[in-house]
Ligand binder design. Structure first.
Ligand code: SF4
Length: 287
């Protein structure tokens, strides 16, 4: 979705293109400047793949389908750099990404939930309600993680907050989002979105780098697969629309990635592209 596929590639810090023979080659000054002026998000959406070359510029490995949303706001280059510095220069590897599943409570009963309603793992292993860690301990842990990485030369840890439940329920979410940003961490928020009220939405748009709304099903299949009687497919779409409006109101269109993810099911075969086009019309960046 979004920007057209191109044949230019980012390689580390350098910006280069491919010549007719498929070897890396310098780009025209204007083309280079256009790429340099892209925001992090625009780059992520424009460059889907990566190449590894030898010293002469011959491509020795090529991956054209490394979808940005799996790494954003980082890119595969961040991981490659960390490995390169470790292998070549024995530099310790920083923490690049951390996931926090800080809520076990959920208002959905998705048929293929991988947590509570699927495997029952967290319900058996952890307390039944929310994360019991107090706010100050949680913040201290984030500080330690960010500090650990900064000492190893990396700022901007990807910090995903998502379910083994509905993360909208976490009562200190706004403070955690704010504090993570203060530490230089980059929040990725993954939720079905049913409990995102206006204050939480404002905070997410202000502090997060990536908001992804999950769809257990689309159109009529939403109710069936989500086990949700109150929050509907239309509510989820309307919620996404409000997040996009808030993003534009706060002037974050070029930076904040907003995405959706949907389970692919047989019932969706005729409607999936319709759904994707609706999301595109809404101003969603990735699916
Ligand atoms: S919203 Fe997530 S945690 Fe809740 S039931 Fe669905 S898949 Fe499981």
């Amino acid at each position: 979705m979004g920007l057209e596929q191109t044949y230019e590639y980012l390689v580390g810090e350098r910006i280069i293109g491919l010549d007719q023979e498929g070897r890396v080659a310098p780009l025209q000054k204007g083309e280079k400047e256009n790429i340099e002026n892209l925001s992090n998000k625009e780059r992520a959406l424009r460059f889907n793949g990566f190449v590894i070359t030898d010293e002469r510029g011959n491509i020795v490995f090529e991956d054209r389908k490394r979808y940005a949303q799996h790494f954003f706001p980082l890119s595969v280059i961040d991981y490659a750099k960390a490995m390169y510095n470790f292998e070549r220069h024995k530099k310790p590897i920083p923490i690049l990404s951390v996931d926090s599943h800080d809520v076990l409570q959920c208002d959905f009963k998705c048929q293929d939930c991988l947590s509570a309603h699927g495997t029952n793992f967290p319900v058996k292993q952890f307390p039944k309600d929310n994360f019991r860690m107090d706010l100050e301990t949680y913040k201290q842990m984030l500080k330690e993680i960010a500090g650990y990485s900064e000492k190893r030369g990396f700022r901007g840890v990807r910090f995903e907050q998502s379910g083994e439940g509905n993360p909208d329920y976490y009562k200190h979410r706004q403070e955690i989002l704010r504090y993570a940003k203060e530490l230089g961490m980059q929040s990725v928020y993954v939720s079905a979105g049913s409990k995102i009220n206006d204050p939480l939405m404002n905070s997410l748009v202000k502090n997060a780098s990536f908001i992804r709304i999950s769809f257990p099903g689309i159109w009529e299949a939403y109710k069936h697969y989500s086990g949700q009687g109150e929050f509907t497919f239309t509510d989820a779409m309307d919620g996404l629309g409000r997040i996009v409006e808030e993003r534009d109101r706060q002037g974050r269109r070029r930076d904040l990635m907003i995405g959706a993810r949907a389970a692919l099911r047989a019932e969706h075969s005729d409607t999936y592209f319709n759904f994707a086009n609706r999301l595109k019309d809404l101003g969603i960046d990735s699916l």
